[in-house]
Write a protein that binds this ligand. Structure first.
Ligand code: BGC
Length: 243
């Protein structure tokens, strides 16, 4: 099936057409910068001109969102305008574009893509996907089944959110070297491992393309592997969520 996959993020909104049978992008990835404060109106306007009109799309849409999403409705928005809370993304797509859409959490979307496409992930056991970008997105799959809306980016570390300590935004703000950042991220993994004991951790999100830079500095009790589709996992998994 051909689906428009959209990944709304704190710094960029990305989309591509996805072949959900093959799990591949069918078009180039298109991106626009998340407008300042990222209000629903501004982002939907951006989606209209940059994606829907540009691709002349009139099929189904899968949308990943950086917050808790239950039955297509947003319940939290840490790195994007609070105006999103309460928005039913499916209804918005229907009313604004007359398009059928399914919305899920962005890290859950990335996880769906990896679980289905990454043959390095075991079929049994606990798999944790961590997407590292503006925030820290987490998803957990047990024996291949998603436990939705796990928000481990908001565990407390040093009196604030873990994502304030170990996200890519934290790395950039503090101008940390890869080594310094990897030490922080390893502390975060240690914390996660006390709570969940995953068999494998899949590293995704914006900086997964630099995985080779810090791989050797990551310390964990389990195997950490990069996301097969790196930062495209969010787009592909959002499309998968529709099928
Ligand atoms: C949000 C999560 C999201 C993550 C990555 C966090 O701040 O609470 O829902 O998955 O950022 O975007």
């Amino acid at each position: 099936m051909e689906i428009l996959g959209i990944d709304i993020g704190g710094s960029g909104v990305k989309a591509a057409l996805v072949d959900t049978d093959k799990g591949e992008l069918l078009s180039d990835k298109i991106r626009f910068q998340t407008p300042e404060n990222g209000s629903p109106k501004k982002i939907f306007d951006g989606i209209a001109t940059n994606f829907i009109e540009e691709l002349k799309w009139n099929g189904k849409v899968g949308c990943g969102f950086p917050g808790i999403v239950k039955k297509n409705k947003v319940y939290s928005a840490a790195n994007i305008s609070k105006k999103w809370i309460g928005v039913n993304i499916k209804k918005k797509f229907l009313n604004k574009f007359n398009l059928e859409c399914r919305a899920i959490n962005d890290a859950d979307a990335a996880g769906l893509s990896e679980i289905n496409l990454n043959n390095k992930i075991p079929k049994k056991g606990t798999v944790m996907i961590i997407t590292v970008g503006t925030g820290l997105g987490t998803s957990i799959f047990v024996d291949g089944k998603l436990v939705p809306n796990i928000e481990f980016g908001h565990l407390k570390m040093y009196g604030d959110c873990a994502e304030k300590y170990a996200s890519n935004l934290a790395r950039k703000k503090l101008n940390l070297t890869w080594k310094e950042w990897a030490a922080r991220f390893s502390e975060y993994i240690h914390y996660i491992e006390l709570l969940v004991s995953p068999n494998v951790i899949v590293f995704g999100g914006g900086i997964s393309k630099y995985f080779h830079e810090f791989e050797s500095d990551l310390i964990s009790n389990c195997k950490i592997i990069p996301a097969k589709n790196r930062n495209n996992s969010g787009i592909i998994g959002a499309a998968f969520s529709v099928t």
